[in-house]
Write a protein that binds this ligand. Structure first.
Ligand code: S3P
Length: 485
């Protein structure tokens, strides 16, 4: 057997999004991603051939990376992390945890340590916590801070300031948190006065959302008694798994056909644990779809997390006829991972059931791109939550498809894409609205469209996948700063 070397990419992005702070070995944000927009164009290429260069590894999972920082803060002692996603969103959460008392140090690429203060031990931040573009970071930290007797100010970029926070403020208020200030409609900037002794509550989430569930559970860590969260449809379970791993008493049981009931006993002493962050399936989605739609492609992506609550895209692509092979299913850092071999495929349109949405909520933009290249119609049902992501993703995807000559329509909360049987015109300029997944999805479209596809800004890709461009280029994609013609 020939040994192939895995390609790893430096996490640094050219825009100097982070800078080394020598005294702490820590990273701080230096430039907001949105300061100066940088358009990028993806040109059609012959194929993507990872085989020539060895398997690739996409960066660590964003959801687990945020939580690694938070669990580090809430444990007494040193938590170590390997494979952390060093994207802007996670760095913002690290900054927030530092402001609340953690000592956070970057040892080397992806390797970090967090010396936490434990539940009940947080100090009040002396500045506004600026979460940039990060919905997950801000919402989870509202739970963390809300469970402590401190006043905390939350803010973010223009995208975050548009996102609904009432879904978090409502349950937190029931737990005794006071909302001292908020912008219209329950949006950032928000000031919370946390509860000295949060009330344990029973709460049914109005939408399937791991962020709502996690904010409640994190606040409940400091509540005397049992808090119950019922979700009508199961959302990603990283918080529950990490709570158990760090030593909390938590019971998870099925509830109804697709739902779950989670019962957490408050006031545990969380013990610091080593965390290994698996590769992010939501980032892997981009090279996967790029290889499927670009003829003659054959790539391997290593160690992708295949937690069943995150694999809706893979199930859907399989139904579409995608040639995706799982090469080595194994457990890494408590999660199931596999190497995925992806070859270009003749895709066919499918109906994606609404109940699959929670397990692929971030993957619809890139699925819409795959659907554009398929034969026949793809109908994606029940996409209401896409309207409140980093952008109104339903509108942004529809506009991007229109700009590139793809027939589609929106019916209520459903997106219907008429595939071009392998042919997509391209040639469009796509408005990204500060949304990393819109930018990456349409750059993927450009790899296989008849004409190049441009996006109006690539800078915010650094929030989740700072090495997207060098990695895609290493696979054979062609991305330049000049505009499509
Ligand atoms: C996330 C939950 C999801 C997802 C987001 C990450 C998390 O949001 O879209 O990118 O880490 O908990 P919702 O909880 O709003 O569905």
């Amino acid at each position: 057997m020939t040994m192939v070397q895995t390609k790893r990419f430096s996490p640094f992005c050219p825009a100097k999004t982070v800078e080394r702070v020598k005294d702490q070995g820590a990273y701080r944000m230096s430039h907001a991603h949105s300061e100066v927009a940088r358009p990028l164009t993806s040109h059609p290429v012959k194929n993507l051939q990872g085989e020539l260069r060895g398997p690739l590894r996409v960066p660590g999972d964003k959801s687990i990376s945020h939580r690694a920082m938070i669990f580090g803060l809430l444990s007494v002692g040193r938590t170590t992390v390997e494979g952390l996603l060093e994207g802007e969103d996670v760095l913002r959460t690290a900054e927030a945890c530092r402001a609340l008392g953690a000592l956070i140090t970057r040892q080397s690429e992806g390797k970090w340590s967090i010396d936490g203060v434990g539940i009940g031990g947080l100090r009040e931040a002396d500045h506004v916590l600026d979460f940039g573009n990060a919905g997950t970071g801000s919402r989870l930290m509202m739970g963390v801070a809300g469970g402590h007797d401190i006043t905390t100010r939350f803010d973010g970029d223009a995208s975050l300031r548009k996102r609904p926070m009432r879904r978090i403020l409502d349950p937190l208020t029931q737990m005794g948190v006071q909302v001292l200030a908020q912008a219209d409609g329950g949006r950032c900037p928000i000031t919370l006065k946390g509860a000295r002794e949060p009330n344990p509550i029973t709460y049914t989430t109005p939408v399937a959302s791991a962020q709502i569930k996690s904010a409640i559970l994190l606040a409940a860590l400091n509540a005397p008694g049992q808090t119950t969260v019922i979700e009508p449809e199961a959302s990603r379970d990283h918080t529950e798994k990490m709570l158990a791993y760090f030593g909390a008493e938590i019971a998870v049981s099925p509830d109804g056909t697709h739902g779950r009931k989670i019962v957490l006993t408050g006031r545990p002493e969380l013990a610091p644990r080593p965390i290994i962050v698996p590769a992010d399936p939501s980032s892997a989605a981009f090279p996967i779809v790029a290889a499927l739609i670009t003829p003659g492609s054959d790539i391997i992506i290593e160690g992708v997390m295949i937690n069943p609550l995150r694999t809706g895209l893979l199930s859907t692509l399989n139904e579409m006829g995608a040639r995706i092979e799982e090469l080595d299913r194994r457990i890494e850092g408590g999660e199931t991972v596999a190497d995925l071999r992806v070859r270009s495929s003749d895709l066919r349109g499918v109906d994606v059931p609404a109940e699959r949405a929670p397990s692929m909520i971030d993957e619809y933009p890139v699925l819409a791109v795959a659907a554009a290249f398929a034969t026949g119609t793809t109908r994606m049902n029940g996409l209401h939550e896409l309207r409140v992501k980093e952008s109104d993703r339903l509108a942004a995807v529809a506009d991007g498809l229109a700009a590139n000559g793809v027939s589609h329509h929106i019916e209520g909360d459903d997106l219907v894409v008429e595939g071009g049987a392998g042919h997509v015109k391209g040639g469009g300029m796509v408005a990204t609205h500060l949304d990393h997944r819109i930018a990456m999805s349409f750059l993927v479209m450009g790899c296989a469209a008849q004409k190049a596809v441009s996006v109006d800004d690539e800078t915010m890709i650094a929030t989740s996948f700072p090495v997207f461009k060098p990695m895609m280029t290493a696979l054979g994609a062609s991305m330049t700063e000049s505009r499509a013609r």
